[in-house]
Design a protein around this ligand. Structure first.
Ligand SMILES: O=C(O)[C@@H](CO)OP(=O)(O)O
Length: 248
């Protein structure tokens, strides 16, 4: 049996401001820092150790990982940064207020943009200053790989090669792994691992900064999964994420 730990980053400044974030590289809030440290503490208290960590190229996930590993006294751990673990690209919605957008277009439309499997938000224009084309961290990528918007299906299509080519072979080689990533890159991964239907995935929300353990069989099929930490607090945090896209 293998075990892997997934973790969404701690609260970011745009989580706090309730803005559509996507590939925008915002940092953690003080609460987010505290969540990342608390995650490290619970992992340490529960006796977890790791051989390797994966994260995205966005600082909210990277800093969460650093703080978690610091708390575990494991800052020596090798870290692989992979752009394919980035948050789902939010297209032209990036930067807008979620509740204001729901007041303008309706809760149902915002739920489609946030959680439908195959309907992406409007893309960024090619010449929009918010595109990632000139960002040095994506310099090695063909332009066609740099999204202007994504639905979850698009995110699955880039996350799964990272799983199949990098992460799964490392698990099979016996490496104990933690992945610090994002709400929707983790939803994409979990959808595929658990075989969740396109309609049921709408209801899955991942709370900030809570270690999520997956136990996998020899074929890397999930046996069971559970969050470490207080179940009531986690359920409340998941409900809060679901409610972010509603008009106030
Ligand atoms: O804004 C985002 O990029 C994501 C995660 O914070 O939001 P949502 O919960 O709407 O998918």
């Amino acid at each position: 049996m293998y075990k892997i730990v997934f973790m969404r980053h701690g609260e970011s400044t745009w989580n706090l401001e309730n803005r559509f974030t996507g590939w925008t590289d915002v940092d953690l809030t003080e609460k987010g820092v505290a969540e990342a440290k608390a995650a490290g503490k619970v992992l340490k208290d529960e006796g977890y150790t790791f051989d390797l960590a994966y994260t995205s190229v966005l600082k909210r996930a990277i800093r969460t990982l650093w703080l978690t590993l610091d708390e575990m006294d494991m800052m020596y751990l090798p870290i692989k940064h992979d752009w394919r673990l980035n948050e789902r690209h939010y297209g032209a919605l990036q930067g807008l207020d979620k509740a204001e957008t729901a007041a303008k277009y309706g809760d149902a439309q915002v739920l489609v943009w946030r959680r439908s499997y195959d309907t992406p938000p409007e893309p960024l224009a090619e010449d929009d200053e918010r595109t990632s084309y000139n960002d040095p961290r994506y310099a090695g990528l063909p332009k066609s790989s740099i999204p202007l918007t994504e639905c979850l299906k698009d995110t699955v299509a880039r996350v799964m090669p990272a799983w199949d080519e990098e992460i799964a072979p490392a698990i099979r080689a016996g490496k104990k792994i933690i992945i610090s990533a994002h709400g929707n890159s983790l939803r994409a991964l979990i959808k595929m691992l658990d075989g969740i239907s396109d309609s049921d995935i709408v209801g899955l929300n991942i709370p900030n900064g809570q270690p999520l353990v997956y136990e996998l069989d020899a074929d890397l099929k999930p046996i069971r999964h559970y969050y470490l930490g207080d179940p009531a607090a986690i359920a409340a945090a998941q409900a809060a994420v679901a409610n972010q896209g509603k008009a106030k």
